[in-house]
Design a protein around this ligand. Structure first.
Ligand SMILES: C[S@@+](CC[C@H](N)C(=O)[O-])C[C@H]1O[C@@H](n2cnc3c(N)ncnc32)[C@H](O)[C@@H]1O
Length: 210
């Protein structure tokens, strides 16, 4: 494996899928270490959902933009921010990421947690081009997402059926990233890997915008 940078400080391969899946604490602890990299003036949490990681990163960020296209989860996001008493430093951006206009704003960090795995190839490219422009040089990007179940499969893509609380079903596009696929993407978009964990259920990477 060749890396563009020598700053890659940690790469762990583990065949721990059942362990990762079952052990929520392990998942939380590991991901928290990656989120701990974030310390910034202005963070954007892309596809933030209900703001799952908000209580971990909020104290390190002066301003936070929580972007998600789902109106359903907006109330939960606001409730969470209110319970943490940090509404004053949060902008709630209810928008499709690809339609959002960042011409007048620069972020110095971005978090993408289980968002990329819902994008097709074209959207993935668009995501990285757009985020590179929206983030300062040397800004930090932390990505958490699903890894490929099988290391031998380069791309593992499916349309999955999910059910929401009221029983209503909907279909989503879901991909599982192969290790090399992530490396190639980051390399292609000139993002310098700072730290990388790749397990059999999820991966976490922090990188800087060159
Ligand atoms: C699996 S959830 C992850 C939520 C949260 N980041 C977490 O880790 O728990 C994916 C989120 O991405 C949002 N999403 C998907 N496509 C989007 C798009 N094009 N623009 C904005 N949000 C999008 C969905 O509404 C959903 O809340």
């Amino acid at each position: 494996m060749i890396f563009k940078t020598s700053i890659c400080i940690e790469i762990i391969f583990r065949n721990t899928r059942p362990y990762e899946k079952r052990n929520r604490l392990f998942q939380q602890t590991l991901i928290t270490q990656f989120i701990d990299f974030i310390e910034c003036d202005n963070l954007i949490d892309i596809g933030c959902g209900t703001g799952y990681w908000l209580d971990i990163y909020n104290s390190k960020c002066k301003r936070i933009t929580m972007l998600d296209q789902s109106k359903n989860m907006l109330t939960k996001r606001i409730e969470k921010a209110t319970s943490l008493n940090i509404e004053h430093k949060i902008s709630f951006l209810n928008s499709n990421f690809f339609l959002a206009n960042f011409d007048n704003i620069k972020f110095d960090s971005a978090l993408s947690s289980f968002f990329l795995s819902h994008l097709n190839n074209k959207q993935l490219d668009l995501f990285f081009s757009k985020i590179k422009n929206a983030i300062n040089k040397k800004g930090l990007i932390v990505i958490l997402d699903s890894s490929s179940k099988d290391y031998n499969i380069v791309k593992d893509v499916s349309i999955q059926t999910r059910t929401i609380k009221n029983g209503q079903e909907f279909q989503i596009y879901k991909r599982y990233f192969h290790f090399q696929e992530i490396i190639d993407l980051l390399w292609h978009f000139d993002l310098e890997i700072l730290s990388f964990y790749y397990g059999s259920s999820f991966f976490a990477v922090s990188c800087s915008n060159n």
